[in-house]
Design a protein around this ligand. Structure first.
Ligand code: DAH
Length: 347
């Protein structure tokens, strides 16, 4: 019997336990009620000679303890989350659960926030269900402006004809946030307001009924158009590279005077002309202007004392230019083949 136990002792130490299945096989073979150790115990009971009994008893105990220790150590190794032991082959690939990635619109939104926060802008937000005052009237948008049309705006109470009534709608622009902030704060105000907006548009490669904007606003004494231009050049070069140029074209928005649309030199061809810039060398990225004095007064800020600039851009547009995406619908389809391409982008 001594020889048999010595043989088992060698055998138990050579067992190969790699996973939960082989761990259970080990337990059944050695430690269960029908296992080897129990059968040795049964045999042990039949020994009558006391000195032989003591000796065999000690050997069985040693075997049992060895088996139990091997079992315990392997169990905790297999079940611990990081399964690396110094004796493991560290070059083997770990079976890690694959990690999700940030959505490209979130990546670019975070980049925009980080670029503006370096020059003192702080993030503000407001509600997606807005009232007429904050989305249109306070922004100097006349009652007959086409943007108010039901074809462009999702109204919560579409039957209402009287715009003096408390009309609610899904905000069509993040400019509504500048009104809320100006109503509740005194200058200096320097904010950046990312958010989702809604418009009653037919979905296509270039338009969607919901998309994202970032509004910027800076109000203080002596803020000038030159400050606006410098700020936007800084943004364009941080976002699209140091060689990027900007150009401002006169435009119209009800809430700014003067107003401009801003183009950047085409990021694809560097200004030489290609299909993305329609051979003009320039692509539009945002609208901007000096805040109309009427808007300041609507919010209780003295237009005699303060001036300011505002700008608004579409996050989808910036993202499409940055990553050369030519169909806006991919942002909302949740196709993992598209989203996984942003796995290594970190902001
Ligand atoms: N709210 C405008 C839009 O949705 C974008 C915009 C243009 C915002 C000019 C501004 C601005 O603050 O000054 O088209």
């Amino acid at each position: 019997m001594k020889d048999k136990i010595a043989k088992y002792l060698a055998e138990v130490q050579n067992e190969n336990i790699t996973d939960n299945h082989s761990l259970e096989q080990f337990r059944l073979k050695w430690l269960s009620r029908k296992g080897i150790i129990q059968s040795l115990m049964d045999e042990f009971k039949t020994i009558s000679d006391p000195s032989q009994k003591r000796e065999i008893g000690q050997l069985i105990n040693q075997l049992k303890q060895t088996a139990q220790t091997i079992f315990d150590e392997n169990k905790s190794r297999i079940n611990s989350s990081v399964n690396v032991d110094i004796s493991d082959d560290l070059s083997l690939e770990l079976n890690l659960i694959s990690q999700g990635s940030l959505h490209p619109l979130t990546i670019v939104k975070n980049q925009i926030i980080s670029i503006f926060s370096k020059i003192g802008f702080v993030v503000s937000d407001g509600p997606e269900i807005e009232d007429d005052w904050h989305n249109f009237t306070a922004l100097n948008t006349p009652p007959d402006h086409p943007a108010r049309d039901m074809q462009d705006t999702f109204y919560i109470q579409p039957d209402s004809q009287d715009i003096t009534q408390d009309i609610h709608l899904l905000r069509t622009q993040t400019s509504s946030i500048q009104i809320r902030v100006m109503e509740n704060n005194t200058p200096p105000i320097r904010i950046i307001c990312p958010g989702r907006v809604y418009r009653n548009e037919t979905i296509s490669a270039r338009a969607h009924c919901q998309f994202h904007q970032v509004e910027g606003l800076y109000i203080d004494e002596n803020v000038s158009f030159a400050d606006l231009k410098t700020t936007l050049l800084y943004f364009a070069q941080e976002m699209f590279g140091k060689d990027t140029q900007i150009r401002l074209r006169p435009s119209y928005f009800p809430f700014t005077e003067p107003s401009a649309e801003v183009d950047i030199s085409c990021t694809i061809c560097g200004g030489k002309g290609c299909t993305v810039c329609k051979h003009t060398g320039w692509v539009e990225i945002l609208g901007c202007g000096m805040v109309d004095p009427k808007v300041l007064d609507n919010c209780g800020i003295s237009s005699r004392k303060y001036t300011g600039f505002a700008f608004g851009m579409g996050i989808e547009r910036i993202t499409m230019l940055k990553y050369r995406i030519n169909d806006l619908r991919v942002f909302f389809e949740n196709d993992l083949r598209f989203l996984n391409q942003f796995n290594n982008e970190r902001v």
